[in-house]
Design a protein around this ligand. Structure first.
Ligand code: 6R9
Length: 572
């Protein structure tokens, strides 16, 4: 198993001299010196992200370019400083204080970003909820976190079972009209009365900052808690992975309801003082290319599903737009198929830089860097200061090309510090002394690149051969008729498991037995006979999470006729 395909280095003028050198000299303590707490011992991540730049004379620089179908607004660092101060005062007036949980449940708008920053400034813990959640999902999260305040809209309020949430005392409504009863406040009115001077709550670096709920394979969603200290990682990965430079126009397409939308949609860009583009509304290829063109985006961080959708929309759409401003493209969240990397090179003339991390890790841990060759299909190498390894269940590091647990030596700045009210679940991640066990399986090659194989429980064993579903899915989407594919192991009396593929076809293709056979042969001849799906089922759509991951466990449940479990994170 060797990987000969390489994509050479493309950009110049980036922040990291060379990967090896950065790694050999790296010290997190030096990174800290960028921030004021280096002098005071106390910190506030929202101050470091916004106010620090105002004090450095960059108050008039554009911090946020917001647009959707009806609004288009720009905010400077000074304006964000003042608005977040106002919001901090709004919360203080309601009696919200350090350590309280404040949630936002609303579409991506400037008010959302102001609420997040203002909450953090008073030392309260922010909890972002994705706007597509329905009542049960909202309730689980607000109940578990015992949130005291919620910022939402009148339309979304219908999905908040307020009477069943005794801790929830304050509802702040963005865009409310008419009289409000006790406990309900108008965001606009409260803001207009609040001072734009705020006594920032200076906290300890280990004090809580943000809680993100994420689903496991079992049980209710877990509240993953991060502390202010995570900003060190957000800042430095922003510099070296996103390659953020002073005049960049940066666009992260993720919603702040998911960790990518906060770590890299709020903290990393603003800690680095760059202009952050936020585009509201739904995905469409034209809308996205227009956004890149109109705002002259230079750094673009998105996800494999989006790239695959852009790929199926075709090259003719790309040709309608001037995308020449784009310098650096990145991807996270699920495996980035080599086919997509090749397509990106051909169509955009750009390398797509895959990187790996999780809600629990708070920030990027493994990545392809601008100054490194890319091996398409690989997630790249560990961030300087991070020791990643493939280990067995006893904690022994395994040699190259051996599949095992993808694990990280503890700790690192943005490592989660708690699963909210669930210490047992937290401990499960650290069950092997000295390691964080990710639950992903991977292997490392002889050059130190990491290759994702699957969630540990998804790996297929057929006739004694281990097959990573990702490899099969990657091959399947290279077939011209296949838009998306999800692969599971189906129990089989003779072979242990056989490989079953669920496939959504591209526009213009019809399901047929001939096509199934053609696709099967395609995998058989291009990957391996044992990796070819014995069964193929065509579906109009595959079940995916809001962040775009194909939910294999739902496919498996369909297959076995079992209940599908918690679907609160499923798209539509
Ligand atoms: C940031 C984010 C984490 C899980 C992770 C893994 C998968 C993330 C990936 C990737 C292959 C990559 N994942 N990045 N798989 N290649 N580059 O996505 O967080 O939503 O918590 O998901 O996503 O399985 O364990 P989260």
């Amino acid at each position: 198993m060797t990987h000969e395909e390489r994509v050479p280095v493309q950009t110049t003028g980036n922040n990291m001299s060379s990967y090896e050198e950065a790694r050999s000299h790296f010290d997190w303590k030096q990174v800290e010196q960028t921030f004021s707490w280096h002098h005071t011992g106390k910190v506030n991540a929202a101050y470091e992200a916004i106010d620090r730049h105002v004090e450095a004379g960059k108050g008039n620089k554009t911090a946020l370019i917001y647009s959707d179908a009806v609004r288009e607004e720009r905010y400077t660092f000074l304006q964000l400083k003042e608005k977040s101060n106002q919001f901090g005062n709004v919360l203080r007036k309601l009696g919200v204080s350090k350590g309280d949980r404040v949630f936002v449940f609303m579409p991506r708008t400037p008010e959302l970003y102001v609420s997040v920053l203002g909450t953090i400034k008073i030392g309260a813990i922010i909890g972002p909820l994705f706007e597509a959640f329905m009542e049960a999902a909202v309730k689980d999260r607000l109940e578990n976190s015992e949130a005291v305040a919620l910022v939402t809209t009148p339309a979304l309020l219908e999905r908040v079972p307020v009477d069943a949430l005794p801790h929830l005392k304050h509802i702040i409504l963005v865009g409310a009209v008419g009289e409000l009863v006790e406990g309900y406040y108008s965001f606009e009115e409260e803001m207009s009365q609040a001072s734009s001077d705020l006594d920032i709550e200076w906290v300890d670096r280990e004090d809580p900052m943000i809680i993100h709920y994420t689903s496991g394979s079992t049980g209710k969603p877990k509240g993953v808690l991060h502390v202010h200290n995570a900003m060190i990682q957000h800042y430095q990965t922003g510099k070296w992975v996103l390659d953020l430079q002073d005049d960049d126009i940066y666009w992260c397409t993720a919603d702040p309801g998911w960790v990518t939308g906060t770590s890299y949609g709020i903290f990393a860009p603003w800690l680095n003082g760059v202009t952050n583009v936020v585009r509201g509304g739904r995905f469409s290829p034209d809308d996205w290319y227009q956004t890149l063109e109109k705002y002259k985006v230079t750094v673009w961080y998105s996800a494999p599903t989006a790239f695959r959708m852009l790929m199926s929309a075709g090259e003719s759409v790309v040709k309608k737009y001037d995308l020449s401003s784009v310098r650096h493209v990145l991807s996270v969240g699920e495996p980035l198929n080599p086919e997509v990397v090749r397509w990106g090179l051909k169509t955009y003339g750009k390398r797509i830089h895959d990187n790996w991390w999780m809600t629990e890790t708070g920030g990027i841990l493994i990545s392809n860097y601008p100054q490194m060759e890319i091996k398409p299909g690989s997630m790249g190498k560990p961030f300087p200061g991070i020791h990643a390894a493939i280990i067995d269940d006893e904690g022994n590091e395994l040699p190259p090309y051996t599949m095992g647990n993808l694990a990280i030596r503890t700790p690192w700045p943005s490592m989660m510090r708690q699963i909210w009210k669930n210490p047992e679940k937290y401990q499960e991640y650290f069950r092997i002394p000295g390691w964080y066990v990710s639950g992903d399986s991977a292997y490392m090659d002889e050059d130190g690149y990491f290759w994702f194989q699957g969630r540990l429980d998804d790996v297929i064993n057929t006739s004694g051969e281990r097959v990573g579903p990702f490899e099969v899915e990657s091959k399947l989407v290279e077939h011209h008729a296949v838009a998306e594919a999800g692969v599971i192991g189906k129990p089989d009396a003779i072979r242990g498991e056989i490989i079953k593929a669920f496939i959504a076809l591209r526009e213009g293709y019809e399901p047929s037995e001939e096509l199934k056979e053609e696709i099967r042969q395609f995998v058989k001849t291009r990957l391996a006979a044992h990796a070819a799906p014995r069964e193929i089922e065509f579906r109009d759509k595959l079940p995916k999470t809001r962040s775009g991951k194909i939910m294999r466990r739902v496919l498996k449940a369909w297959e076995l006729g079992l209940p599908t479990g918690d679907l609160s994170t499923m798209e539509d």
